[in-house]
Design a protein. Structure first.
Length: 372
């Protein structure tokens, strides 16, 4: 015999108030904040193509790691620097014609210190001196990622046209967001990008990303020149949420970095990651009649783990058996659930048994005790 019982579980998330920061809209040309699942929370001009500056180097390093993964080149390879690479200006490490660096040192100098001569050296080595072919590979990889309408490359470094005689490397905040998600999956790249400082052949270098370690930030790339302003792409992992932030055209480095921190803090005050349903955690239990156990736990058939507004009212409505008679078999359905968020149904499903309950047999138990 079965009887039904309806239970309503209410999860109310506390609302936090947060002081409004200064108007970032006047302090940069574009920004975007999104999570690892492609959901965008804050945005401005995210489809406008703007000068990339050194965030261009993200793709240069990605192409290099492609060849490393295929075994075409190796981190310990020696790269001999030609005159035209050694003399490249802007952000740079000390080098001169004929010097040899390991490919690993050049990657560190590019990812950490944003050295243009090191980055150009990477492209030169990978392409066997044919840098135009390397740039074609950069754009080809964009096409493979379906980002070729959002970003376009003309150099490996992001240096402006007056220094390269090439067109400007440009891209949108949306494109850089999607690219950042791809970069983040490359753990070898991210291990380098997260270094606050490191040692290479010519000495210690410090990361130009001043935000490492703040608000869960552990990478990816900064960029700046006069035409671009101050750019940055970062990834943060905090409070069970991985966030990607892109800022383009910041008026100065301090303002750019503050916008990033403000946006991350805004997010964590306005949103929360919630585990509403977990298939490995029982939602409730049902009384068992004549069973070896008094109750059996029942589990939802689906997970609901996602980001919700901090002030969302989450209700779980459970309709379950009031009791069940033993034996209870694994997989047996003993109820249903329905989840609503702010009054809107978002998920419904079944509640089932994972661990069965056998019939209670007192005489069998006494026999065992006698034989023991």
């Amino acid at each position: 015999m079965k009887r039904f019982l309806t239970v309503v579980i209410m999860l109310v998330v506390t609302v936090f108030t947060y002081a409004q920061k200064s108007n970032e809209d006047d302090e940069c040309k574009a920004y975007l904040v999104g999570d690892e699942n492609g959901h965008i929370y804050y945005e401005k001009n995210i489809d406008q193509k703007l000068p990339l500056a050194s965030v261009t180097k993200m793709m240069t390093i990605m192409v290099a790691f492609d060849d490393i993964e295929k075994g075409k080149v190796h981190l310990k390879d020696k790269v001999k620097i030609p005159k035209e690479i050694a003399s490249i200006g802007g952000s740079r490490i000390w080098m001169k014609e004929g010097m040899e660096f390991t490919l690993e040192d050049l990657l560190k100098a590019s990812a950490v210190y944003s050295a243009n001569n090191a980055t150009e050296g990477i492209a030169y080595y990978i392409s066997e001196g044919h840098i135009d072919k390397f740039i074609k590979r950069m754009n080809g990889k964009l096409k493979d990622m379906k980002l070729d309408t959002m970003i376009e490359y003309h150099t490996p470094t992001g240096l402006p046209p007056h220094m390269t005689d090439k067109n400007m490397d440009i891209g949108s905040a949306r494109g850089l967001y999607f690219l950042s998600m791809k970069v983040d999956k490359n753990k070898k790249y991210m291990k380098i990008a997260s270094l606050k400082e490191t040692k290479i052949k010519v000495g210690e270098i410090k990361n130009r990303n001043n935000l490492l370690g703040e608000e869960g930030i552990y990478g990816i790339k900064t960029g700046h020149h006069d035409a671009a302003g101050y750019n940055i792409c970062i990834v943060s992992d905090e409070n069970n949420v991985k966030l990607f932030v892109v800022v383009l055209g910041g008026k100065d480095e301090k303002t750019r970095d503050r916008i990033v921190l403000d946006k991350i803090r805004d997010f964590h005050n306005e949103y929360q990651y919630r585990v509403v349903l977990d298939t490995d955690s029982p939602l409730t239990k049902v009384k068992v009649i004549a069973g070896a156990e008094d109750y059996v736990e029942i589990y939802p058939d689906a997970d609901l783990k996602k980001i919700f507004k901090a002030d969302s009212k989450i209700n779980i409505r459970v309709k379950k058996e009031h009791f069940v008679t033993a034996p209870v078999k694994p997989g047996e359905k003993l109820g249903e659930y329905q989840v609503t968020v702010d009054g809107e149904k978002v998920l419904s499903g079944k509640l089932y048994v994972k661990q069965g309950v056998s019939l209670y047999l007192p005489f069998k138990k006494q026999k065992k005790e006698k034989n023991s």
